[in-house]
Design a protein around this ligand. Sequence first.
Ligand code: ADP
Length: 171
Amino acid sequence: MTARITLVRGDITEQHVDAIVNAANSSLLGGGGVDGAIHRKGGPEILADCRALRASHYGKGLSTGKAVATTAGRLDALHVIHTVGPVFSKEEDRSDLLASCYRESLRVARELGAESVAFPAISTGIYGWPMEDGARIAIRTVREAAIAPIAEVRFVLFDERAYQAFAEQLG
Ligand code: ADP
């Protein structure tokens, strides 16, 4: 089955989906951008789950390109899937790590039985990835991924430029 890929311009914390993906950092303890917004709006339960992960399997934090789920707290979703995007580098091609964020998040979503998943444009904010290339990697990776039972993969783009970049790639 191929999931429907949809694009919306908006705030990821306002999406009603089974799983919301967080552009987290490896500490799992919060940060700026999407991460800050998710913890602010989702409330302390998400951070409590993140702390529990740090105290158990993720003592050193979550590696770049990996994904792990927690509660969604007060968000209108069942789960938050935290993934750590790579910081953009001109010297080193880290595209595989960015693709891995999308693949691993989808793998976790499928394990959870999620039917709808919302993604931000991972790494394109504080981590500096050029938007057009980030959009290309995101759309290509989701198209190539094994998806069932996920019926909808929604990209939530914060501004018009991001929306246009994703629309261009979706064709
Ligand atoms: P990263 O550290 O992976 O770069 P950021 O959270 O800084 O993550 O940004 C990722 C992308 O998400 C950027 O394009 C940014 O503009 C966008 N963004 C920031 N806040 C939100 C939000 N509340 N909803 C959706 N997208 C957001």
